[in-house]
Structure formats: structure tokens, C-alpha cells
Design a protein around this ligand. Sequence first.
Ligand code: CA
Ligand code: CA
Ligand code: CA
Length: 551
Amino acid sequence: MRMIKSAALLSLIVLAAPVLLARNPPPQQGGSPRPIGCEALLDLPNVTITRAVARPAAGNTPAHCYIQGTLDARIRFHMQLPLPENWNGRLLNIGDGGKDGALNVADHRLAQGYAVANSNTGHDAGAEPRATFAHEDLASMIDFGHRAVHLTAVVSKTIVRAFYGRNATRTYFEGCSTGGRQGLMEAQRYPDDFDGIVAGAPVYDYQRLNVSHVWLAQRIFADNLAGNLAFDRDGDGTPESLTKVEMLKHAVLEKCDAADGIKDEVIDDPPSCRFDPAVDLEAHLCRGNTNADDCFTTKQIQVLQDIYRGPHDSKGVRVFRGMDRGSEYEWDRTMFPHRGNGMVPAKLIYGVDHINFLFYEKSPGVPLPNPFNPNQTPDKRANPPEFGWWEFDIDDVTAGKGAAMMAITDATDPDLSRYLVRKNAKLLLFHGWADAEVSGEPTVDYYRNVIETTFKGDVSAARARTRLFLFPGMGHCGGGPGCNEFDALAALVDWVEKGVAPDYLVAQHRTNDVVDNQRRVCAWPQRAVYAGPAGGASDRANWVERNFTCK
Ligand SMILES: [Ca+2]
Ligand SMILES: [Ca+2]
Ligand SMILES: [Ca+2]
């Protein structure tokens, strides 16, 4: 089948070649092709372009050439190409989120002059939502794991060369979450694709992260939601009150907010925060251990400890790190089921059918018709059998049952010597310290591993090529109570093109469109320290960039 397809493709190319020769202008002297018009991209040899339209300016989006194409039948990709006079000479591939399955745009980067590319990573989320695309489909898993991003990187260079008549001066990748994983995957597997990569909140330990979502949901939903912090105050059968989540949030801040010298509802260094639910919530235990709106049962304390500690197998071996202290502000959305989130916290959405289709080499079964209700009995005699996420056994991770998929999806390799040393390319990592979806500590672990493996422990040699920025109080790729607006790509471009390594990024926070906080966020292991007017660290008026220094 594959051979027939290739032969058919070859004959198409051969047939198309004379037409192309007739319609494409001859190469300029010196070997560079002349730039061609947008529609002429439809005739590119060896590349399947399905759409090419010149789009006029609209709002903040400048006029550009928009193209769509396919790669190897399954993968769709597209590009936003600035007009030649507006092109900054750079090619930017942007990363994806979640399980992707869509063509993502970056209008703001287009407006800055970047030629922008993105793929659907080999599946369409409309037809195959969440992880369903991967059902007994190894090729789709590999496309999603790494192949689609790589092939898009390659083809986007070809299209840039054809459209502008010259190669991009530099090629970049910018992504967060799944996009962060893709950035690391590129640096590890395809080191020649990019000159610079921004990888934010990278979900690089992909299988362990996704099963930890499921494991946490199992803890919270167990025993008819005994560990849920949301409480059914009005007695209608559905928890809706979030009093306990607020109490928890305040107790954590009470313990650790001021430790960094600034009272701002942000914990600058969560790993040094020793908040322990069993100790620090002791004054709020429920009388007689009877669940109520404004107290914690021993079961709920246990669940909180599990959340901070992270999943361990039945022998006590850690499977993944737990959540960071300071991320509680958003646990109402991501962690606990209640009326406000339809009883489906974000972590469960990420994990729910990952277990069915993307963790095991062979699917253990399909999700039940309503995959979010664990009070159902899966039908094992159905064909295919049903498998609910609540049946998942964390011991399967340490038993190696996820190894095949880890080899495809995980970007855990700390040897970046081909990318960072041989190619002398740059990697800028970032993570929000209040990320309520993906904890930040694993990203620090990875950075440390790169220093050890790629640079034999030489921190300054590592910092010459890769830097990590940890954003106090920032959520998953943005949001959160801390400063969360910044331009990592601009810093990376200066680093790659002018050799100016960023010692810090300037970040700000807005409330109702008004900037009300601004900080330096320093390259690890340094942290921003207040250096403004004495005694004024907790005064909002002093929260401007020049009042902070990196130490
Ligand atoms: Ca996409
Ligand atoms: Ca209720
Ligand atoms: Ca603080």
C-alpha cells in the first residue's frame, strides 16, 4: 500500500514537472529562485499545496499569502506568509496545545513580519477529539509524537524559499504546553530544524504527566467524592461551594507568601514552601470528621497530601512530581469537580481517554458513552471492550507498560549536544510557578539534567546556550496572580542573532487592561530580588521593573 502510494506520487510529480517548468520563472543567477506569487505556490514540485490565497489586510492582520497543504496524506499544515516587503526574513513554526488537531495561527507574529507555520499534527480534532485519534493507529501516534512538527519544519523552509526567492535568515520555534514538549522534541530528535526554540511549560514527561492527571482524579472521585474540596451546601446532590478551596489558598499564602520578602499573593519559590495540609490545616479539621462547608475531613487532608506529593506506585516509587504550592488559586477549575465546571475538572479532561488510546501500546478498551462518570461498570464483553479511567492502575507505569508510547511521545532526553553544542543553537525554557495544570518542578529537573548530561555539570557553559525562566505566580502558559505577559521570542531572537543572552525577561500583569505589576524574571538559578525604596517591597506602587534586580 505504501509502495503503491509512493509510486503514484512519483508519477504525479513527473507529470507535473513540465507544467512547473513552463509556469515558474527560471532561477536567478547565483542559483536562488526568484520570488513567486502566492497562487503560484500551488504548483510547487514535491509539495502538496491545496490552497494558496492572497489575503488583504483585516484589522491588525496585515495583507499576506495564506497557504494550506498536506504531508503524507494525514498531516495538514498551513502558513501565514507576510508580503515580501514586510517579511523580517525569519521563519517561525508555532507549537500546539493539548492533543491539537487544528491549524493554529499567530497573527501577532505575522504582523511582526514572521513567516508562520503550523500543522494539525496528523489528525483533525473535530472528527477525532482528545486522544481518540490514536485508537489502534500507530502512525497517528508517531505523527502526534514528533513527526508532524518535524515535517512541517522541513516543508515550511521549502515554501519560504519558493515564495521569497531566498532562505529564511533564521528559523525559530515557539510553543507552550504541548508546544513546549514539541520544542524539546525538536531539539532532541531534529536538531537541524531550528536556530532557536522557546519551550514553555513543556509537557515533556508526557505519559507520566497524563497518568498523573488520571491518578489525581481517581483520588478525588473515590468513595463517592469523599476527597472533593467542593461541598454540596444546598443539599441538591451536586457540590457547588468552594469555601474549602478558598481556605486552602489562604492558608498556603499565609504560610509562604511573605517568605520571598514581598506580600503580593505570589510565592516566588514554591519548592521552598513547606506548607503541609496535615499540620497547617489542623485548626480547620471537621468536628467528628463530619464533612461540612468550612472544614476538612481526614480524607480531604489525605487527598491534598497526595496532590502535593504526586503519584507513587504501590511500592512507594514516585511516578511523577506533585503540584506546586501557590497553584491552588485555580484548583477550582483544574482539580475539583463542582457545578461550576460541570463536574469535569480540567485535569480529568486531559487524562480521560489518554488512558484508553495513548498510554498503552494496545488499547485496553474504549471509554464509556459518558466517560466522566466513574459510577459505571465497564462492559468487558463488548467488542471492543469498555475501559474507564477509574480502572487505571498506576503500577502499570513502573511495570513498564507505557514504555512503547513513552518512546514515541516523551521528550525526556537530556542530551542536547547536537542542538546546543554542535549547531550552537539556543533553547529558552520557561514555566509558571503557579501552573495549576502542569507543575513547574519537572521543568527544573529537566534543565538540571541537561546541565549534567550535555554540559557535564558546567552551569555557565549551559547558560551560554540554554536558559530557564520561572515566572512567580504565573499559571499554565499565562494567567495567574503574578506577572504573566512577556515576549520570550524577542529575547531569543536577540540571543541568536546578536549574541545577547537574556539575564532576565521583563514581565507584567494587567487587571482590566491596566498594568498593575511589573517585574524582572531572572534566568535560573538567579531570582528577582526587590531593590526599590526601603521598606516598600509590598507596596504595589513600587512593583516596576527597575526596582528589581537579579541575584
Ligand atoms: Ca496545530
Ligand atoms: Ca449543591
Ligand atoms: Ca510573595
